[in-house]
Design a protein around this ligand. Structure first.
Ligand SMILES: NC(=O)CC[C@H](N)C(=O)O
Length: 374
């Protein structure tokens, strides 16, 4: 018999459903993601730290889970909300059901709620804090917990999820029948800031001939430059970019050194801040796997994966920063480039592969810039 669960939002909205994960409660910012596939990559995306993810696609869990499709060392999402969990899962790579995976990873999760009602509510009123309670339910307490979370704005979470000490990365991309390949011989030394990185970014860089020295979020510019890198990479990560003053200061010093630099998502926002721009919180953000983004140089429209709740404010950007990409959903800034040195960044996730690989060329651009600077 499955146990009952509830989701209570900070504004008092209540949804009754069934527990499909651990018992107990969890709190976080409730967001919705429109991807039809990739729930394991979403759960293990470090950028979802302290966020409860609602999946709008109604059937989640059909392909179970496997030991390979992880974007980090484990589940970082604070909780999961779905419409319907299938009775059986089936996939040749699966070794576990989604429900068993959630229980094993101690993730509180709820199914059998009207995710369309919830998504419309979040779309109309913005993302907000919530609490999932599973097992023994106390609605008043859940509301109190939801209210205690506050806002994502102002939270520096990169510091909480980064690695403790530097490490090297040489694992390449995944291939059917082979698994993760050994990366080819490295041609470039890249120092990568880990603000909560998704592993496929490192795999795609390694596959293109980068030896990566991964460093903690608070590593100083002096320490990074002492490694004499050919290029510096700024990873994605959770929380608000603005309070990450240590990283913004380090990026400014690295920029002064004119090293080729590439940032993704939180890394993009931090490059915007380090260049003198500002970031702001979006109403409900972009979370999905089919967002159209235009490359303004080629006019090409790409299908991209997205996961962000903050954005670079285009009106704040100084003259030496040009906008290279825009979202065709809301025209927001999706890519920037410095006009006076090789530094650029992308708001979406070029490393994701929900089917399309449209944005992978940005990794090649970084390689080309490092080769030109050698
Ligand atoms: N995926 C990310 O790096 C997200 C960046 C930032 N935490 C945001 O929500 O906008």
């Amino acid at each position: 018999m499955s146990e009952p669960a509830i989701l209570v939002l900070a504004d008092g909205s209540v949804f009754h459903g069934t527990s499909i994960g651990a018992t107990g409660h969890t709190i976080g910012e409730v967001v919705f993601n429109t991807s039809m596939t990739g729930y394991q990559e979403i759960l293990t995306d470090t950028s979802y730290f302290k966020q409860i993810v609602t999946l709008t696609y109604p059937h989640i869990g059909n392909t179970g889970t496997n030991p390979e499709d992880l974007e980090s060392k484990g589940v970082y999402a604070a909780g999961l909300i779905i419409r319907d969990l299938p009775m059986i899962h089936s996939n040749f790579r699966a070794n576990q059901s989604l429900s068993d995976y959630l229980k094993e990873n101690n993730v509180v999760a709820i199914a059998d709620i009207d995710t369309r009602r919830l998504t419309r509510h979040l779309r109309d009123n913005g993302a907000q804090a919530g609490c999932i309670m599973a097992g023994e339910i106390d609605e008043a307490k859940a509301l109190q917990f939801a209210k205690s979370f506050g806002s994502m704005a102002g939270k520096d979470l990169a510091k909480e999820v980064t690695c403790d000490k530097p490490y090297s990365w040489d694992e390449g991309e995944w291939k059917l029948g082979e698994g993760y390949m050994k990366a080819p011989k490295a041609e470039f030394n890249v120092v990568a800031y880990d603000f909560g990185v998704k592993r496929n970014i490192f795999r795609m860089l390694a596959q293109r001939g980068c030896h990566l020295t991964v460093v903690p979020a608070t590593t100083s510019a002096e320490e990074v430059l002492a490694l004499n890198p050919d290029g510096v990479f700024l990873s994605n990560g959770p929380g608000d970019p603005e309070p990450c003053d240590y990283a913004i200061e380090a990026i400014q010093k690295i920029l002064a050194n004119k090293k080729p630099l590439f940032g993704i998502c939180l890394g993009h926002q931090l490059l915007g801040l380090a260049s003198g721009g500002k970031t702001k919180k979006m109403a409900f953000g972009h979370h999905g796997a089919n967002h159209p983004v235009q490359d303004l140089d080629t006019q090409k429209v790409m299908i991209t994966s997205q996961n962000h709740g903050f954005e670079v404010d285009e009106h704040s950007l100084p003259a030496n920063v040009r906008i290279t990409h825009r979202s065709l959903f809301d025209n927001s800034v999706q890519g920037i480039e410095l006009t006076d040195q090789p530094a650029f960044s992308f708001q979406g996730h070029p490393e994701a592969s929900p089917g399309p690989h449209d944005v992978a060329y940005l990794f090649d651009k970084f390689i080309d810039e490092m080769r030109a600077a050698k």
